[in-house]
Design a protein. Structure first.
Lengths: 332, 362
């Protein structure tokens, strides 16, 4: 290599040396590299420290309960029994319900705003959606218990009357609980809360689709829907999964709105109209009056929630990587 | 793109300002409400006190303490007291760590609470009845025996026309409606006292034990704080729950009479609570248990609350302030208690509580 550059003519070598020497040389480069590396590692360190300290605080409960902490549904502080399965289940069900309700609507809104809406409608539409994100979660929660929950009881009852006799659906649309605070109510409130997040990220993602791709699809005689399916979706699949993951993260971690609307019952049931409970909600409600192993068990819930969030995010990464190769390959 | 970002920021700003304005308006409203019924009858010695006290703990007596603190603003303008209603558990923790000067607690101190034994004193302050409130359209004046109550709250009884409820309410026509049980979803001294009562009054029947959080049956509904439970009861026809008298009255709930130890049905009133206090046995450390107390007029679900003070304060002025404030609660504050539905201590217990304060050293 050296011999090659030496044999070449001088002019191309000169600008290269002036570039490196004026900026303070490779030292600045190395400094920049180490600062950036430190910043990156700091995130990992913070996450690691959180995990270590919370696990240590939760240890009295985790070691005493053993695997039962994850597999038992009995959460009975006076009896010293702490099984988190019902709360893990509740967190999962509520997050799933909110995604089922929110994702189609969010992507629909984002598509409308990027592909369909007339230009002068876009500004106001964006403003309204963003305004929804500015509403504090406790307001959603209060609205949920004061207005939504009681209003939904007759609707739940109708679902139960119609689907009650059908084998699987009958179990899912079971008999609604009296006050209306249930998995479904919490899911609906959460869906409204995560819609602005998923919408605005999807919108940004759709906006990055090169117009050349879209025009190429039109040129081949595609209708608007065919263009969206053939050009927009493959290009933005990774970003959409990212948007949904952010929404899911918010849904799993949301505390006060869920605490208010989910009904605080410790159970694992397929009935989405029954009361349940979720991990963050349990932590915030029981913390104030807890002591000893109960406190440790609540911290333990935090550890489990943290671990689940990390696993879900890693899984999402994997899905994105796999699918991007496949879908982009198919599109090109 | 840039415009979008800008407009988003502006919107967030506008929303923030609006929220701040709302919060301010809320505070202003509260101030007006509370200061209107404060009167200036403070003793002359308390007026000269100055300094500040920090405290936290039980939410159950919070309404009363805040009312007292508000009245102190005129009686002792240089004394500031902050009572943070965070729950007995957190209150005890913060007190144990020395973050606060005194703590409010509905329950006695356990080994796990982080307060060194013999480092503190109990001072009983007030007591209040916990109501069994219900919402059943067309039916009023219900009454329950403890056994029936225990069965309702652990959902052994599922319908309002159950024979056990009918037996407690002779001559009443009860509807064939499902019972929705409402309970506290947060850890709470109210839950602790209510379940302790059921444990004591319905032995063998009540199976959920007692505690700040118990394992309620899955078909019940949980509400946040006393007001949250009151909200469920108000909204759902056929619901029943336990709410402290002050919040139940404020929410306009209907409450039931409960059969006491002597066999009479008594409603949740201040008089009933005072009668329960008179019938309760007071221990040497001044903890006492008015739950399921004897006496013909005693309301059986009466909950006590205490202030925990340190036996010795490093700072002599701090000790004097704590002593003066708690004395004020026990004496001058008494007149406020009834307005906010709290029962004051019988004279004998009040004297003991005041004597307890004299043990504080500095």
């Amino acid at each position: 290599m050296k011999t090659l550059t030496q044999t070449q003519t001088a002019p191309p070598a000169e600008p290269r040396t002036s570039l490196t020497s004026k900026g303070g040389g490779q030292r600045a480069d190395r400094l920049f590299k180490s600062v950036a590396l430190a910043a990156g590692l700091l995130v990992l360190a913070i996450l690691g420290l959180i995990l270590i300290t919370t696990t240590r605080q939760a240890w009295p409960a985790l070691s005493d309960q053993g695997l039962r902490f994850l597999t038992s549904t009995e959460w009975n502080p006076p009896a010293g029994k702490f099984g988190a399965l019902a709360f893990i289940y509740g967190t999962g069900v509520v997050a799933l319900l909110s995604l089922i309700l929110s994702v189609p609507i969010s992507i629909g809104i984002a598509l409308f705003m990027t592909e369909l809406a007339p230009r002068r409608l876009r500004g106001p539409a964006v403003a309204v959606i963003d305004l929804l994100a500015a509403v504090p979660s406790v307001v959603f929660g209060l609205w949920g218990i004061l207005v939504v929950a009681p209003a939904l009881v007759p609707i739940y009852q109708w679902f139960n009357d119609v689907f009650g006799g059908i084998p699987v659906l009958g179990k899912i649309f079971g008999s609604p609980v009296g006050g209306g605070r249930s998995f479904m109510t919490a899911g609906i409130i959460l869906a409204i809360m995560i819609t602005p997040i998923i919408t605005s990220i999807s919108r940004e993602v759709f906006a990055t689709v090169p117009s050349a791709d879209k025009e190429a699809a039109y040129a081949l005689g595609a209708t608007r829907w065919e263009m969206i399916r053939g050009a927009v979706f493959p290009h933005s699949f990774g970003g959409l999964v990212g948007a949904v993951m952010l929404g899911l993260g918010r849904a799993m971690g949301e505390t006060i709105a869920v605490a208010l609307t989910i009904g605080a019952a410790v159970q694992v049931t397929p009935n989405i109209f029954a009361g349940g409970d979720a991990m963050p909600a349990v932590i915030v409600r029981q913390w104030g009056e807890s002591g000893g192993e109960h406190t440790a068990a609540l911290v333990g819930l935090g550890v489990v929630l943290f671990a689940i969030t990390v696993v879900v995010n890693l899984f999402a990464r994997l899905v994105v990587n796999r699918a991007e190769i496949r879908m982009k390959g198919a599109a090109s | 793109m840039n415009r979008n970002v800008l407009s988003r920021r502006v919107l967030a700003g506008v929303a923030g300002v609006a929220l701040a304005a709302l919060a301010l308006a809320g505070c202003g409203g509260n101030d007006n409400n509370t200061s209107s019924n404060g009167s200036s009858n403070g003793g002359s010695d308390i007026a000269s006190l100055s300094g500040n006290l920090k405290a936290s703990g039980a939410s159950f007596p919070n309404a009363y303490y805040q009312e007292v603190i508000d009245q102190l603003k005129t009686a002792a303008p240089n004394l500031t007291v902050n009572y943070n209603s965070v729950g007995s558990g957190t209150g005890k923790k913060e007190f144990g760590q020395g973050l606060t000067d005194f703590a409010g607690s509905d329950s006695t101190v356990k080994d796990t609470d982080g307060i060194a034994a013999d480092s503190f004193l109990y001072v009983p302050t007030v007591a209040a009845p916990i109501t069994v409130s219900y919402n059943l359209s067309g039916v009023s004046d219900l009454q329950f025996s403890p056994i029936t109550l225990a069965k309702i709250f652990q959902t052994d009884i599922k319908k309002w026309n159950d024979p056990a409820i009918a037996a407690d309410n002779p001559g009443k026509s009860l509807p064939d409606k499902n019972i929705t049980v409402a309970h506290r979803s947060d850890g709470s001294g109210t839950t602790s006292n209510f379940t302790k009562y059921l444990d004591a009054a319905a032995p063998g029947v009540w199976k959920l034990k007692s505690g700040d959080t118990v394992n309620w049956p899955p078909t019940t509904q949980g509400g946040e704080k006393n007001t949250g439970v009151a909200q469920i009861i108000k909204q759902a026809d056929g619901s029943v729950g336990y709410v402290d008298l002050s919040d139940a009255t404020a929410s306009g709930l209907t409450f039931a009479k409960i059969k006491n130890k002597d066999g009479t049905f008594v409603g949740p009133t201040i008089e009933g609570a005072t009668a329960a206090l008179a019938g309760a046995e007071v221990k040497d450390d001044l903890t006492y248990n008015p739950l399921n107390a004897s006496g013909a007029d005693a309301y059986p679900i009466t909950a006590p609350t205490y202030i925990l003070v340190k036996k010795s304060y490093r700072d002599a002025t701090k000790a004097a302030l704590v002593k003066a404030f708690v004395t004020y609660i026990l004496t001058d504050g008494k007149s406020i208690a009834k307005d906010v539905n709290f029962a004051t201590l019988p004279d004998a217990l009040q004297q003991k509580a005041l004597a307890q304060l004299d043990k504080i050293q500095s």
